[in-house]
Design a protein around this ligand. Sequence first.
Ligand SMILES: Nc1nc2c(ncn2[C@@H]2O[C@H](COP(=O)(O)OP(=O)(O)OP(=O)(O)O)[C@@H](O)[C@H]2O)c(=O)[nH]1
Ligand SMILES: [Mg+2]
Ligand SMILES: [Zn+2]
Length: 337
Amino acid sequence: MPDTPALAALGWRPFFAEQITETERTPARVTEVHRNGAEAEGAEGALSLPPTLGATVGDWVVTGAEGAPRRLDRQSLLKRRAPGRGYEMQAIAANVDTVFAVTSCTRDFSVARLERYVALTFEAGAAAVIVLTKPDLCDDVAEFEAAARAISMDVPIITLDARTDAPRQALAPWVEPGRTIALLGSSGVGKSTLVNALSDGATVATQPARAADQRGRHTTTRRQMHRLSGGALVVDTPGMREVQLADADAGLARLFADLEARAATCRFRDCAHGEEPGCAIKAALAAGVIDHARVERWQVLKAENAFNTESLAGRRWDEKERAEGIRDRRARLGKGG
Ligand SMILES: Nc1nc2c(ncn2[C@@H]2O[C@H](COP(=O)(O)OP(=O)(O)OP(=O)(O)O)[C@@H](O)[C@H]2O)c(=O)[nH]1
Ligand SMILES: [Mg+2]
Ligand SMILES: [Zn+2]
């Protein structure tokens, strides 16, 4: 029963089918989470779920013989440190195949911020694509593309005007039936405009960004999964003000694989790449073969990730001191760092 085309169209696959028992039925996928629970869609239609499941958008749930729904293990999870002062993890979306990290060719563009999106995507084991919108609003698209391309060899760069029908063709390789995409990016970069371009008609509300600086107005207010006419599923998200990494060691290691490989040849295993003798990073910097700003961002992200991971695990000893140190370094990096 759980292999119907209707379920496959929602992203159902063997990874989930293998988890359910004989008595469990009606798999459904969470499309929206709110205060009083969650909404899900299954082969037989929509269904409402209680808030106790701890489900996030993209999760699969099944209903057992006693009628109590259960959340299935996730194939992937996009997460960040929850914004604010608390030390909590926030789930962004589950079971995502590809992340479109969206930014515009305007003042929103920040390599440091894009690196954060890519790191949390890699951490989840998902593929990342950088989507550059609003090429019509800048003089030198190539400059933005070059900066984006330097982020990772594993991340394709797609430039498009999200208001046109260009997205359908340009994003076709990832927008396939049964595949799940999540959109990440600041408010106003055109995430919801992209959803509309990829569906038949305007299904999601959009709003003009401020003319002066193209900053958005936080039009989308909650994460929601949409079904595209071509058969893919897309999670639209509210514009993020801040993305802090936590529990993202593997994602950072993949994003900065070249630097990690060099660091492995430093004389000391715990080399901080400062004044230590035999530092391979310092040598490469002196030789001009690696970029100083990128090394600085790598170190900031590693320190922030280590700090957040530790804090989330409940070890809070010198957290205030370290938080201030990281904040100082981020301040020196400037926007998006
Ligand atoms: N000039 C230009 N405008 C665009 C482009 N893409 C989107 N826009 C416009 O940018 C504005 C904001 O787009 P939205 O899709 O609402 O942005 P969003 O990322 O969903 O923003 P939030 O929901 O606030 O996170 C809209 O007026 C779009 O028409 C583009 O490629 N070029
Ligand atoms: Mg939106
Ligand atoms: Zn070193």
